[in-house]
Design a protein around this ligand. Structure first.
Ligand SMILES: [Zn+2]
Length: 463
């Protein structure tokens, strides 16, 4: 029988969930549980389904573990076009960048849109409901590349924080990138402002936010960092950049600014809780404390850090000091995968390798990939499953081969090889159903992506 009062708005009921991992403040885990959401917001969760509760869509969660949708805090989608490139396969960051910059100089709106769709599709199939992307490459004549990523997010249905990256110091001025991929600072700032005004939605439940993100100490000027921080303050948006990723970066900062990377960050007004930085490997103890006191967030990118041989980030010490710590898959030329569940597993394994098995539990690793990620992106409406939060939910089927025989649902997700998500909901909308995306057809997208990748990696050097 249809009950008028419960079906007038889009509502969702997931019941019979074997294990519901709330990631709330008490770390509650419910069994034989249900989640009820209306209009994209969770209204009720529990173990005893109220009689007569009906929804416009009902999903049977038998055999499944439900977790908050994973949150990716650092990526470069356009790098899906230059994955596993032989010339960059065995290099450290600066040499790796020198190989890739000239290829990235060939991107256009179509390439960025298709690359973003592929990266987002991979993330979603791994249980990710919210992602950021740090796009900082704007070859001449290619101004609307963030718009192309935003169009991709809208099409595929993922929650998105677009970060408007930038590079303004090319080789001729002592920076690392070639001059053909840097922009002048007035153009950068004007586009940042345009994007914030056109797209940033500060409201709870926002599907789209914009943050400002000069690329790194070796590709922008302190003046641009300062002006960007002032704009972020004025517009009330977040700040993001790469920091303390390698020893080479530290040497560059000493040589060019006579400062350590964190001193540079502080000198340009970025040591605030508006900021989250990617990597954060080379901080000393006093710096970890300063970051924690200021509430600067860290996007921990374990696979990228191992792949490039960059180092082990003091993620747990930063967390203890007070910094929000989330997880990032990082760009697809240094991972070379956009699997958020695999990345949470890598964070667990890498931190254990560094500090022992007791240093981080499977629940803590999952917390980094959910609650920690939400904090980095400055959001209080996502990251946990409880009434009042958005209905961003990932259901993994514990009957999949990868989990077969596993006793504990959370341990299974983090310790076994990751399976694809069975069902994924963003804002209460089913975007992955039975391991397949519902919002687009994957095969033609991948065919188009391969064609663009071949064009970008195949042509002769253009700059
Ligand atoms: Zn990065």
């Amino acid at each position: 029988m249809r009950e008028k009062n419960t079906v007038t708005q889009d509502s969702l009921l997931i019941h019979n969930i074997r294990a519901l991992v709330t990631m709330d403040a008490n770390g509650r885990e419910l069994h034989g549980a249900f989640i009820y959401a209306v209009g994209g917001e969770i209204k009720l969760i529990g173990e005893r389904l109220p009689r007569g509760l009906k929804a416009t869509r009902t999903i049977d969660g038998s055999g499944c573990v439900a977790i908050p949708g994973l949150i990716n805090t650092h990526h470069h989608f356009c790098q899906t076009l230059t994955r596993a490139l032989a010339a960059a396969a065995n290099a450290e960051l600066f040499d790796w960048l020198r190989v890739l910059y000239p290829l990235w100089a060939r991107i256009d709106e179509e390439a960025v849109n298709i690359a973003a769709l592929v990266g987002m599709a991979e993330l979603m199939l791994s249980g990710c409901t919210t992602t950021s992307d740090h796009h900082y490459l704007f070859p001449r004549g290619q101004g609307k590349l963030i718009d192309a990523e935003i169009a991709a997010a809208r099409k595929i249905g993922i929650r998105f924080t677009a970060t408007r990256g930038s590079m303004s110091v090319g080789e001729s001025k002592g920076g690392l990138p070639p001059d053909c991929v840097v922009q002048d600072e007035e153009t950068i700032l004007a586009d940042c402002e345009r994007l914030v005004h056109a797209y940033h939605d500060p409201r709870p439940g926002a599907m789209l936010q914009v943050a400002l993100a000069p690329c790194s100490p070796f590709s922008v000027s302190p003046r641009l960092m300062r002006d960007t921080a002032a704009m972020a303050e004025r517009e009330n948006v977040r700040l993001h950049t790469h920091l303390a990723e390698t020893k080479d970066e530290e040497s560059y900062c000493r040589e060019h600014f006579s400062m350590r990377p964190l001193e540079l960050l502080e000198s340009v007004g970025w040591l605030t809780n508006r900021t989250w930085v990617a990597h954060g490997i080379y901080f000393n103890r006093a710096e970890v404390k300063r970051l924690g006191r200021a509430g600067v967030g860290i996007a921990h990118c374990p696979t990228s850090n191992m792949r490039l041989g960059s180092g082990l980030a003091p993620a747990l010490a930063l967390q203890r000091a007070g910094s929000p710590v989330g997880i990032g898959v990082d760009g697809s030329a240094s991972n070379d995968s956009s699997n958020m569940l695999a990345e949470a597993r890598q964070a667990l394994l890498l931190q254990r390798l560094g500090h022992g098995a007791a240093a981080i539990s499977v629940q803590q690793a999952l917390r980094m990939a959910t609650v920690g990620g939400a904090q980095c992106l400055g959001r209080t409406d996502i990251g946990s499953l409880e009434p009042g939060k958005r209905a961003d939910i990932a259901l993994f089927d514990l009957r999949d081969q990868a989990y077969s025989g596993a006793a504990d649902p959370v341990a299974a997700l983090l310790l076994c090889a990751p399976s694809t998500v069975r069902t994924l909901m963003v804002e209460g909308r089913v975007v992955v159903d039975n391991h397949q995306l519902t919002t687009l057809e994957l095969a033609p997208l991948l065919a188009r992506h391969r064609r663009i990748a071949a064009r970008i990696t195949g042509a002769r050097r253009t700059c």
